[in-house]
Design a protein around this ligand. Structure first.
Ligand SMILES: CC(C)(COP(=O)(O)OP(=O)(O)OC[C@H]1O[C@@H](n2cnc3c(N)ncnc32)[C@H](O)[C@@H]1OP(=O)(O)O)[C@@H](O)C(=O)NCCC(=O)NCCS
Length: 398
């Protein structure tokens, strides 16, 4: 099978959007094509062609991703698809190779994506870069241990006002959060447009904002599905806003159940409830992360404890990364160089990515047989260095 992987041109974009939707089991409408076209950056959208037929595609959008102590340029990967007529013939593998080389050449040290299945991306060096939780709680069990002191107010806002207010709250709320990526304006518009076909039988979205002293410190968007209130997104920049918004969401009359998606693993809400076991929590890996330039990525974060480690990285998919690195890092920054010294720890690229974000402790991966501890105590030292102050979380799903 002769497959050519190359960037698509503007005229091919409608075909690309329709093909991508079809691979996900849906049909794109003209409005989807028009909306997505606004985010089109020539060169970043690629297609796999058999002759003139588009049989696969993948794209990446430039952004920034939070890492401990800072942020780094990221390629946010979307729309990885192969047409069902052409799967399991290596087309995605070709596209991933093409895309990661492209991202490396663009100087973006990290790539990130939302995986449709957790089996797919490890082979390309992606590891879980964040976890999130789905929540469900029957309303009679939502009492707080201590009623929230609530000096501010919760008010409804229109989608237009939400578009003006929410992005800044979102930006402030994710500051310092590993794995967080800012939502681009076109995506805000798409979400707040809230077309009926995306409501899954629920009401149109309601939007509320929490203000204290005039400034917006938090917001929540939710839908009503009969007697279930589904929180679409809740972001806050203060403890008062967080408590007041949950108190509001739990207090909406005629509801039996409150559900929420994509909550961070370190959300304090479970610790605020009087009867916390009533909150059903389902954690899953969320954003997948790939260190496209291992040296730059390691140098681009801060480390919780000062220390020195020689890391051996097995990265055959991005061979420019393969090898040993001496990392000397601490709370002030890091210095990384290639090394010929004996390795303290050895691991595949995908596992390094997960440790790097702070999603998992290196010693847990050593116990799981995925990371090799070559020097005694190295895994515990890596645990201390690679820890993150906040649980990695990406509230923007793309
Ligand atoms: C996922 C998808 C892109 C894979 O494309 P593909 O061209 O079939 O993938 P490849 O042939 O390059 O597969 C590479 C390897 O991954 C495995 N693989 C790929 N997709 C898999 C899946 N969904 N489940 C299990 N294994 C999978 C293949 O078996 C192959 O393994 P091997 O190297 O051991 O033989 C394609 O099935 C698809 O478009 N699915 C629907 C949309 C989707 O879920 N996209 C991912 C969005 S994040």
């Amino acid at each position: 099978m002769n497959i050519d992987v190359r960037p698509i041109v503007r005229d091919e974009f409608p075909t690309y959007v329709r093909a991508a939707a079809r691979a996900f089991g849906g049909h794109a409408l003209d409005e989807d094509v028009r909306r997505d076209f606004r985010g089109f950056v020539p060169g970043r959208w690629m297609g796999a062609f058999q002759g003139s037929e588009l049989v696969g595609g993948a794209a990446s959008m430039p952004g920034n991703i939070g890492v401990e102590g800072g942020a780094l340029p990221v390629a946010a990967v979307v729309d990885v698809t192969v047409q069902p007529t052409h799967t399991r013939r290596g087309i995605m593998t070709r596209m991933m190779d093409h895309q990661l080389r492209d991202v490396y050449e663009r100087g973006e040290p990290v790539a990130a994506l939302w995986a449709s299945e957790s089996i797919i991306y490890k082979r390309f060096g992606y590891g879980p870069g964040s976890f999130h939780e789905q929540w469900r709680i029957p309303r009679p069990f939502t009492a707080f241990l201590r009623p929230a002191a609530n000096p501010g107010s919760v008010e409804f806002v229109s989608p237009d006002d939400a578009a003006a207010l929410f992005p800044e709250v979102f930006r402030n709320a994710i500051r310092g959060r590993p794995a967080a990526i800012e939502r681009p304006r076109t995506k805000w518009e798409a979400i707040l447009a809230d077309p009926e076909r995306r409501r899954r039988g629920g009401s149109a979205a309601f939007h509320v904002v929490y203000r204290s002293g005039g400034a917006a410190e938090g917001y929540a968007s939710y839908r009503i599905h009969e007697s279930t209130l589904r929180v679409l997104e809740m972001m806050s920049t203060s403890g008062a806003a967080h408590a007041a918004l949950w108190q509001y969401l739990f207090g909406v009359d005629l509801m039996n159940v409150i559900e929420a998606r994509n909550r961070p693993a370190d959300d304090p809400l479970p610790w605020m409830l009087a009867d916390p076991r009533r909150l059903e929590r389902r954690p899953t890996e969320a954003l997948w992360v790939r260190l496209v330039d291992v040296g730059r990525a390691l140098e681009g974060r801060r480390y919780m404890r000062p220390g020195r480690l020689v890391l051996e990285v097995d990265d055959r998919f991005c061979p420019w990364n393969h090898g040993r690195y001496e990392l000397e890092g601490g709370p002030e920054g890091a210095r990384v160089r290639r090394s010929g010294a004996a390795a303290d720890l050895a691991m595949p690229a995908a596992d390094l990515a997960a440790c790097y974000m702070g999603t998992v402790r290196p010693s847990a991966l050593a116990q799981a047989g995925r990371v090799q501890e070559r020097a005694p105590g190295a895994a515990a030292q890596a645990d201390a260095m690679f820890a993150a102050r906040l649980a990695p979380w990406c509230p923007y799903s793309f």
